[in-house]
Design a protein around this ligand. Structure first.
Ligand code: SF4
Length: 342
């Protein structure tokens, strides 16, 4: 069905084909566009978009989905994708996709039903469906942390997963996030990334500051028991499964540890191989295209990596939450934590 969408609607959902067509009609080659004044305005707005994604306060303005003319506002979304791709920082890509999905979802809540339906269908979901094909469901639920989304907790009939009416919005937001995340990082020509270096460097500085604000200085004494157990296993020379290497590397990366320091942890192993370790760590932290998100407690349990649980573990569903709480409140008497082995 053809749905007429005016420019005010298009700026809110820049992933739509109609939005991209609008930009295509107004821009020349990318490098020429970026060097002109309209391009510079779009880059500046793109930088704001990425920095907003890093902010802890996500505030969306109902009356102001964009300050620039529609074609530049939409171009700023595309340029933001280019900027984060040039940084090659996986965590930044994930935050951007999450932020943009939340923003678009915020606007969708206020749309008339025909527009909401059209945007949902363009994102690949039916907002009224009572079931989702199992393959699609697995793809979407993979990023949803609540246990109720796990396939083992769902009703499956003839290859379809039953979905409650109250769950449609969560699935729609996840569909939009997955669509935004798709194809990132883009393969951006080196010359374009180079011309954007002053902006990407500012973004990366902000990103590092944000990690520091969020997790503070790294405190190994506040690591959850599962992560301590993995470090102990490395030190003892135990050959960790991929899931274990992934869990510890992704955890350390997200709390702000740089690649060299992560590799130093692996160097505690008696059979340490620097080249192999560098390759694996860089792959997991984003340079090779693997997801970066550390596993939740539920996934850690599935992997058999949830060990030495303590009282605090009963109150969290993610090792990162454990770390944040422990750092904030310090060690509680009676709560034993395996000390770091090194
Ligand atoms: S409950 Fe979570 S934080 Fe605690 S040991 Fe298990 S996986 Fe780690």
């Amino acid at each position: 069905m053809k749905v007429g969408l005016d420019h005010k609607v298009l700026v809110k959902y820049p992933f739509l084909k109609e939005s991209q067509d609008l930009v295509r009609g107004h821009t020349e080659s990318l490098d020429r566009f970026l060097s002109g004044n309209p391009g510079k305005s779009a880059v500046s707005r793109a930088k704001d978009r990425v920095e907003n994604a890093l902010s802890s306060k996500k505030q969306f303005d109902e009356s102001d989905p964009g300050r620039l003319p529609p074609e530049l506002e939409i171009a700023s979304y595309a340029i933001a994708r280019i900027l984060i791709s040039c940084t090659k920082e996986r965590a930044l890509i994930e935050r951007f996709a999450q932020y943009e999905a939340e923003r678009m979802f915020f606007y969708l809540q206020m749309e008339e039903p025909r527009i909401k339906r059209y945007v949902a269908q363009s994102a690949g979901t039916d907002p009224d469906a009572s079931e989702v094909p199992v393959v699609k469901y697995i793809e979407l639920a993979a990023q949803m942390r609540d246990d109720r989304w796990r396939l083992v907790n769902r009703d499956i009939v003839h290859g379809y997963v039953k979905v409650e009416a109250g769950e449609h919005d969560e699935l729609l937001r996840e569909c939009i996030r997955a669509l935004i995340r798709q194809d990132l990082p883009l393969r951006v020509p080196a010359a374009i990334c180079e011309s954007l270096t002053p902006v990407t460097e500012q973004i990366l500085t902000r990103f590092q500051e944000r990690i520091l604000e969020q997790f503070g200085e790294i405190d190994e004494g506040s690591f959850p028991p599962c992560i301590h157990a993995l470090i102990t296993a490395i030190t003892a020379g135990t050959n960790l499964p991929h899931t274990g290497r992934f869990a510890i590397t992704a955890f350390l990366h997200i709390i702000g540890m740089d690649t060299t320091t992560i590799v130093e942890i692996y160097s505690r192993a008696p059979d340490f191989d620097i080249e192999k370790t560098m390759y694996q760590v860089e792959h997991i932290t984003g340079r090779g295209g693997t997801e970066y998100v550390p596993p939740s407690c539920a996934t850690m349990r599935t992997y058999g990596l949830c060990t030495n649980r303590n009282k605090l573990c009963d109150t969290v569903s993610h090792p990162l939450t454990y770390y944040k709480i422990r750092k904030k409140r310090g060690k509680t008497p009676g709560e034993s934590v395996t000390p770091p082995s090194h």
